[in-house]
Design a protein around this ligand. Structure first.
Ligand SMILES: *[C@@H]1O[C@H](CO)[C@@H](O)[C@H](O)[C@H]1NC(C)=O
Length: 199
């Protein structure tokens, strides 16, 4: 894992390394006001990095840059698709979203056989993104690195998620320059998914 100060994945095994590319979602009840935005979670597509990186002698260095590259290319979708394809990262394993009860969920619904792996998470640690992190498409700042553990109902041997190497995604401090009651901020991150050792 990239260096971090989050509590470790004691006793667990690494199952997936995913690229998450999507948006952090926020609200401004009163657009244009000095109030701080609220959050309604996030939405991201989850691409398989681990399969390719596990045999790549450059993996240790690439893991520090992949989300930044993905975010920088995300507004040029043909270029993003080509880069994902030539890099070996184009397999989509599932999606990240928040339930209506605001549970951060990671559904690897493209992983056979059913039931597919899923983590229903809750925060178990947070750290400010390192100073060198990519601040995002509008210089808003990188969202914190996190450890999430099972909030109940995670399935198929996975139960812990680390959000690392974040790029962008932060809300502005206030709603002053926001014109809508809901808004999205593009972000990318790596999700390192751990679980129990199975035979
Ligand atoms: C993280 O989870 C462990 C195990 O459930 C718990 O003991 C600890 O208090 C949690 N820490 C935070 C910051 O939530």
């Amino acid at each position: 894992m990239p260096n971090n100060t989050l509590p470790g994945p004691t006793g667990l095994v690494l199952k997936y390394i995913l690229l998450g590319l999507g948006t952090q979602n926020y609200t401004c009840a009163t657009p244009g006001s000095s109030a701080a935005p609220g959050t309604t979670g996030a939405k991201a597509t989850l691409y398989d990095l681990g399969t390719k990186l596990s045999t790549d002698p450059f993996a240790k260095w690439k893991i520090n840059t992949i989300p930044t590259l993905a975010l920088s290319l995300s507004s040029y979708s043909p270029v993003l698709s080509s880069w994902l394809a030539v890099s070996g990262y184009s397999t989509i394993l599932g999606k990240h979203f928040f339930t209506s009860a605001m549970v951060p969920t990671f559904s690897l619904d493209n992983v056979p056989p059913p039931p597919f792996p899923q983590v229903n998470g809750k925060k178990n640690g947070t750290m400010t993104a390192p100073i060198y992190s990519c601040p995002g498409t509008t210089n808003e700042g990188a969202v914190p690195w996190l450890k999430l553990i099972d909030a109940g109902g995670s399935q198929s041997g996975v139960n812990t998620v680390y959000r690392l190497v974040t790029a962008g995604g932060s809300a502005p401090a206030t709603c002053e320059n926001i014109q809508t009651t809901i808004f999205e901020v593009p972000y990318a991150a790596e999700y390192w998914i751990y679980g129990i050792l199975t035979a």
